[in-house]
Design a protein around this ligand. Structure first.
Ligand SMILES: [Zn+2]
Length: 287
């Protein structure tokens, strides 16, 4: 089983430490922008070596700590990232479908190339060979949110957020549709760890885009309460995202009819992104 610690960085970024049950020393980090926060975490949890960083994409708020950690730790530090994404200090470039089997014992890690937010963006999907029958647990340990007993999970960077998706900086609506289709094809119980705490704002948008969806309202209240109690909203699940993430619902007929009067999901995706970017219905004057 997989365990994950959430390490907040910058204003609303999430970095993570990932390990397997019973072996907290042999783990990896995801998306490090502030090395000093990584050091504070390893000191607090008494983790003695930093051997791997998996980077979802090149943007500084996800990869800004790579170079100084590479300098500090040396060539034993493996920095994994998308082969065509210009990740700082990357010495282990990966492509779609690559497996990283030697990092966590008993866990298969698959790299999914999802170009759009950046051209080399990678999702990391982890599948544990040892299945737990009981559900995951969330506790606080030394000030860090700690999720245990995970059978499978995915680190989505800025491609998928809870209730939303990243901007199309280096890609198209068609590419985001295919990225979200791949994400949606993962098992329903896959836990979702995204790159930012945007959940409440995303669902505020979701309520505007699909006002008739009761799940969006329900989860908006849950997420808002979590934020008030200083609890991070991660992890989500693939099953819940299918219900509350409007960007994953571009094939739902009622949404298509309401927003674009067309059954083309690409058109619907482009419309939603534009709507979210501007805060106004595309084609109408900005409020
Ligand atoms: Zn980004």
């Amino acid at each position: 089983m997989i365990g994950v610690f959430v390490i907040p960085m910058l204003s609303d970024n999430f970095s993570y430490y990932v390990y397997t049950k019973g072996n907290i020393q042999q783990g990896f980090f995801v998306d490090v922008s502030e090395p000093e926060k990584l050091t504070a975490f390893t000191t607090a949890l008494q983790i003695t070596t930093v051997s791997h960083i998996l980077t979802t994409h090149k943007h500084g708020d996800h990869s800004g700590g790579n170079q100084s950690l590479a300098t500090q730790i040396g060539s034993t530090l493996k920095i994994v990232g998308g082969a065509n994404d210009n990740i700082p200090a990357c010495n282990h470039p990966v492509n779609d479908g690559d497996k990283l089997d030697d990092i966590l014992p008993g866990v298969e890690i698959t790299c999914l190339h999802t170009p759009c937010h950046t051209r080399g963006h990678i999702l990391y999907y982890l599948d544990s060979q040892e299945e737990s029958k009981s559900d995951f647990t969330i506790t606080q340990e030394k000030g860090y949110q700690h999720i245990q007993n995970i059978n499978r999970c995915v680190f989505t960077g800025d491609t998928v957020f809870l209730g939303g998706c990243g901007r199309f900086f280096e890609g198209t609506a068609e590419q985001m549709l295919s990225a979200l289709d791949r994400f949606g094809a993962l098992p329903d119980d896959t836990k979702v760890f995204c790159g930012h705490e945007y959940s409440v704002k995303n669902l505020e948008f979701g309520m505007m885009a699909e006002p008739s969806n009761p799940y969006i309202k329900e989860w908006h209240s849950k997420f808002a309460e979590m934020n008030e109690n200083r609890v991070h909203t991660v992890p989500g699940t693939v099953a819940t995202e299918k219900l509350i993430n409007v960007f994953m619902r571009t094939r739902v007929e009622s949404i298509q009819r309401e927003l674009v009067k067309s059954d083309d999901p690409v058109k619907c995706m482009a419309f939603l992104r534009e709507f979210k970017n501007t805060g106004a219905l595309p084609g109408s004057a900005k409020i």
